[in-house]
Design a protein around this ligand. Structure first.
Ligand code: SAM
Length: 254
C-alpha cells in the first residue's frame, strides 16, 4: 500500500516513519510512504501557501491552489481511484473501523492542515474525507496523519505478524484484556494464576471477561456496538452502571 502525505512541514515525518515497524515495512517494500512539501507547488517567489481569511478573524488559512496542484501532480492517473483524507478537528472520528476500511485500498493520500485550517474548496474539489483523530485541537495535521498512517499500515498484510492483530482493542468493539510477562511476581503483584494454568479455554474465557470488564468500566460508550452474548451484555451494563461493586480479582457478575 502506498501513502502520500501533503504537508507544509515534511521534516516532521522523518522520525516516526523511519523507526521500528514502519521502517522495516518500508525497507521490505510492503508499504511505501511519500511525503510532499505543498510549498513546492506555490507559484510566487516567497513560496506563499497561506493567506488571511475572507470574512476576517484571527490566523491564516492554507490556500487551495498549491494543495490541489500538489495532489493532482502527485497522484496523476491514480487521482480518481485514491481516497483522499483531509485531517481536520471538524472531521468524522477516525476509528479502528475506518482504518480497516482504508487498508483495502492500494493508495491513500493525506492532507495536513496548519494555522486556522484549509480553504474549504480543497475538500470540495477533491471529494476528500475529513477525519479527526480525537476531540481536541492540534497545531497541525501532521501528527494526525502519522496516527492514521500508523494505524492503517500495521493492518497491511505482512507489516506485522497476522496473529498480533487479532483480539486487539476495538476488534470486537471491546478494549483489550491486560497483559503480563516475566517476572512472575513484581513488588508483591502476582500474575493471575489462570494465565499459568496452560488451560487454553480457561485463559480465553478469562481474557474475554477482562476485556468486557475493562470496556464496561473505561469505555461504556462502546458497549452498544460490542459483539456480546445477551448474558455478557447484561453483566457488562450492570458493571458500567456501578451496580456491581469491583472486588480485588474482579469477575463479571453471573
Ligand atoms: C489549529 S488546527 C485548526 C483548527 C480549526 N480552526 C478548528 O477549529 O477546527 C490546524 C490543523 O491541525 C489539524 N488538526 C487539529 N486537530 C486535529 C484533530 N483532532 N484531528 C485531525 N487533525 C487535526 C487540522 O489539519 C487543522 O487544519
Amino acid at each position: 500500500m502506498r501513502f502520500d502525505v501533503f504537508s507544509l512541514f515534511p521534516g516532521m515525518f522523518a522520525g516516526p516513519f523511519d523507526a521500528s515497524i514502519l521502517k522495516r515495512a518500508r525497507a521490505a517494500g510492503t508499504i511505501e510512504i511519500g511525503v510532499h512539501n505543498i510549498r513546492d507547488w506555490t507559484t510566487d517567489r516567497h513560496r506563499t501557501a497561506d493567506d488571511t481569511p475572507y470574512g476576517g478573524g484571527a490566523g491564516m488559512v492554507m490556500a487551495a491552489p498549491p494543495i490541489i496542484a500538489a495532489v493532482e501532480a502527485t497522484l496523476g492517473d491514480a487521482l480518481a481511484s485514491t481516497p483522499i483524507v483531509v485531517l481536520s478537528a471538524a472531521g468524522r472520528r477516525f476509528t479502528q473501523e475506518v482504518a480497516r476500511d482504508l487498508v483495502g485500498r492500494k493508495r491513500l493520500a493525506l492532507i495536513c492542515g496548519h494555522y486556522e485550517g484549509i480553504d474549504e474548496r480543497v475538500v470540495e474539489e477533491l471529494g476528500a474525507d475529513e477525519l479527526s483523530i480525537g476531540d481536541y485541537v492540534l497545531t497541525g495535521g501532521e501528527l494526525a496523519a502519522m496516527v492514521v498512517v500508523d494505524a492503517v499500515a500495521r493492518l497491511v498484510p505482512g507489516v506485522i505478524a497476522a496473529a498480533s492483530i487479532v483480539e486487539e482493542s476495538h476488534d470486537l468493539g471491546l478494549v483489550e484484556y491486560p497483559h503480563y510477562t516475566r517476572p512472575l511476581a513484581f513488588r508483591g503483584r502476582h500474575v493471575p494464576p489462570v494465565l499459568l494454568s496452560g488451560h487454553h479455554a480457561e485463559i480465553a474465557r478469562w481474557r474475554r471477561e477482562q476485556a468486557i470488564l475493562r470496556t464496561a468500566r473505561r469505555r461504556p460508550d462502546l458497549l452498544p456496538f460490542a459483539e456480546l452474548s445477551e448474558a455478557e451484555r447484561r453483566a457488562a451494563v450492570e458493571v458500567s452502571d456501578g451496580s456491581s461493586a469491583p472486588s480485588g480479582a474482579e469477575q463479571l457478575p453471573p
